[in-house]
Design a protein around this ligand. Structure first.
Ligand SMILES: [Zn+2]
Length: 730
């Protein structure tokens, strides 16, 4: 009674939208009740034991892209989806430029001889570590060749690191640089491009214990951190320029497709590169001469890190089989009962560097449990209103390849029909939930988190708040900012979306809304053979409780989107994010802030004014808030008529499309989204066209990109106003 009373007061004060506690966003009271029943049934179905069994099978053997085993797993998933009651199961084949090692050898030839093993040590407690099919260390897409040259230490391999070397008078041209997997993270492909641009002959990357080894805590097999010989394999593809198959940039690698040569491909590196453990790096580093590296460059090894004065010479030979190989994307559908041409897509990549315990097989196990539960619902006659499509991607690790090719193949349909893409890469490496979403879907993610129970005994929502607060406190403690303590609902979901997983084609090329989900924790074995079944059972998710929670969360989100009367997007929230992104570009922090009221013209960036963009963003936010109120009011009164709902949902789906700029962002035409992109490091990059121009002080480009954004904001504000007006008519 009390709760009801409180709600009625809200209705009186707010006028509308206050019954949200009783209705799901985008649902009437009656459809909320039906949905609650359906979700309850759905959530009762995933089982930790079944997830464990899937996981054991998926992680039994190494299964990199292009391997026979990964093909076998594709066929297995296809059969499993048929058995689970899914429809239209298809295995798509794409012939793409792949990369596998033939021979990688590395030795120090001066001042003493040392041959690097490039091999990970086996442990008796974990039989998988003795599997002879585990590869030695290599980096996919490395060039082939052979070189003997002096070694230079370039810390994280970022441009500022080379600048410092230059200041110290150290020339890296023709030399072999050794760099670390650094914190903050920068994608190894960016390190390779940087080394290539600086004229290095080759690049070695190693895992320093300061980043993911014993300096962090107990190492495998006693703890979750990386042991002495762990190798962080990976790809160095320049997929930040254009992802997917390098030979078909921007179109699908289907049979008979036009292909360019590897020499013409912008995303194929020209430099040789190899990966090392600290076990193999230490003998080299401790022999180095030259100036002592600065304090921030010193790592976790008990040696003095030096920049390199020519004393250490290294011989590297890389022989890669870089050639066209098939990748397989598995697709299945649960056809929608009412709106079969509106699609909700769920996906996860299948290819792994070795066993893929966390990355990605934890995600694949969660996906197979989710699809089993959804199939079981369909068998019981509970079908989604919209079509749910599930995909198992291939080649994600090489260059986001499978998802990109599939997205490019079906671009026209996806652009029109795809409501949202829900990506899970790694499902569970620990208990801390991290959810990301485009600004318009962030509130839905928070709403759904309240429905689910966390293994810690609270709701997922409470657990999320707690770990987010701990994150911000940690961030503040390391000098990253001042925010501390409780995190508001508005900032729980991460709405800054970079690259590095399969959402990229859908968001950045096709302009479709995306959500990303993961549970994380201490995880020092990424891309090594120790990321396996043993690690997950011992450290990542003993008991598979978070795998199961992921199946539930992922499925409930899919169902909430698939069954909504009105698609549950919040454009007021999206507008608020865009305003924030714009204000971050103002010269004077705080200028153009909401607190200053309408005085937005105070936002200048160098020689141009962001005032018009801020005004347009505020206009869009206002239209978003008004539409939300209008929808809430309409749904509170009962179901919408079918035609009205269809017109409204069409407009809601068109908003994301309008953020696309057909020319793409300057220099990277494949990336078309005006709000989101990634830096070459994979780090998130908001308002990419404007931001990069401002950073380069290229005011003319900045003005052009801003004009584009203002247009899109105005178009979308008008769209939302029209949507609200459409609700009022008879
Ligand atoms: Zn992954």
């Amino acid at each position: 009674m009390k709760r009801f009373f409180a709600l009625s007061v809200c209705v009186l004060i707010a006028g509308a939208g206050a019954a949200a506690g009783q209705r799901f966003t985008g649902y009437t009271s009656a459809s909320t009740a039906r949905q609650e029943e359906a979700e309850k049934t759905f959530m009762s179905l995933p089982s930790p034991e079944q997830a464990r069994q899937y996981h054991r099978f998926l992680t039994a053997e190494p299964h990199p892209a292009g391997s026979e085993r990964n093909h076998a797993l594709a066929l297995y998933i296809a059969e499993e989806w048929k058995r689970q009651g899914w429809q239209d199961v298809t295995v798509h084949r794409y012939d793409v430029y792949n990369s596998a090692p033939r021979e990688v050898t590395l030795e120090m030839v001066e001042p003493v001889r040392y041959t690097a093993g490039l091999r990970e040590a086996a442990y008796d407690v974990d039989p998988d570590t003795k599997n002879p099919r585990v590869s030695r260390g290599y980096l996919a897409m490395s060039a082939s060749g052979e070189v003997t040259a002096p070694l230079v230490y370039a810390r994280g391999g970022n441009p500022e690191d080379y600048d410092l070397l230059e200041k110290q008078g150290i020339d890296v041209r023709g030399k072999i640089v050794i760099v670390r997997y650094s914190n903050p993270y920068s994608y190894r492909g960016f390190k390779a491009l940087t080394a290539e641009r600086r004229g290095a002959a080759a690049m070695l990357i190693y895992s320093d214990p300061a980043e993911d080894g014993y300096k962090k805590g107990p190492v495998f097999p006693d703890g979750p951190w990386g042991p002495e010989t762990h190798l962080q394999r990976g790809s160095i593809t320049y997929d930040f320029i254009v992802p997917g198959d390098p030979l078909t940039p921007g179109w699908a690698s289907t049979e008979g497709a036009r292909r360019i040569t590897p020499e013409e491909a912008q995303s194929v590196p020209k430099i040789m590169a190899a990966v090392m453990s600290w076990h193999d790096a230490k003998p080299l580093l401790e022999q180095m001469d030259g100036p002592e590296a600065p304090a921030e460059w010193q790592g976790g090894l008990p040696i003095t890190y030096r920049l390199g004065g020519g004393r250490v010479k290294v011989h590297l030979k890389v022989d890669m089989d870089n050639s066209v190989k098939p990748n397989y994307v598995v697709e299945a559908r649960l056809r929608g009962a009412d709106l079969p041409d509106e699609w909700v897509l769920v996906g996860n990549h299948r290819d792994a560097w070795e066993f893929g315990g966390v990355d990605p097989s934890s995600g694949t196990a969660s996906m197979l449990e989710m699809t089993r539960a959804l199939g079981e619902m369909a068998r019981r006659g509970i079908r989604p209103r919209r079509t749910i499509i599930a995909c198992s991607w291939d080649g994600e690790e090489v260059g986001l390849t499978g998802s990109t090719e599939w997205g490019e193949q079906f671009a026209a349909d996806l652009a029109r029909r795809l409501v949202a893409y829900l990506n899970v890469d790694a499902s569970a490496s620990g208990p801390n939930f991290q959810g990301s979403a485009v600004g318009s879907l962030a509130p839905l993610l928070v709403e759904v988190s309240r429905t689910l129970g966390d293994p810690s005994g609270t709701s997922l929502y409470e657990a999320w708040k707690k770990s987010a607060a701990a994150d911000t406190a940690r961030f503040a403690a390391t000098g990253g900012g001042e925010r501390k303590g409780a995190v508001g609902d508005d900032s729980l979901a991460d709405t800054r979306i970079g690259s590095g997983s399969d959402h990229t084609v859908f968001l950045n090329a096709l302009g479709r809304p995306v959500i990303g989900l993961t549970f994380d924790g201490p995880y020092g074995v990424y891309h090594s053979m120790y990321d396996n079944y043993y690690w997950v059972n011992r450290f990542g998710d003993p008991g598979y409780r978070y795998h199961t929670l992921m199946s539930q969360l992922w499925g409930v989100l899919a169902l909430r989107l698939a069954n909504a009367d009105v698609l549950p997007f919040d454009f007021g929230a999206y507008g608020r994010d865009i305003e924030t992104f714009l204000r971050e570009l103002c010269d004077t922090p705080g200028s153009g802030s909401a607190a200053a009221g309408a005085a937005t013209s105070g936002c200048r960036a160098g020689e141009f004014d962001l005032g018009s963009a801020l005004t347009a963003a505020e206009e869009f936010s206002g239209a978003g808030r008004d539409l939300k109120r209008a929808i809430d009011r309409a749904l509170a009164a009962g179901p919408l008529d079918e035609k009205k709902a269809a017109a409204l949902n069409r407009r809601i789906m068109d908003v994301e499309t309008n953020w696309l700029s057909p020319e793409g962002i300057p220099g990277r035409p494949w990336f078309k989204h005006m709000l989101y992109a990634a830096r070459y490091t994979y780090a998130h990059l908001e308002l990419p066209g404007i931001t990069e121009a401002v950073e380069k002080k290229d005011w003319q480009t900045a003005r052009g990109e801003t004009a584009r954004l203002v247009n899109a904001l105005a178009r979308n504000a008008a769209l939302l106003r029209a949507a609200a007006a459409g609700l009022k008519g008879p």
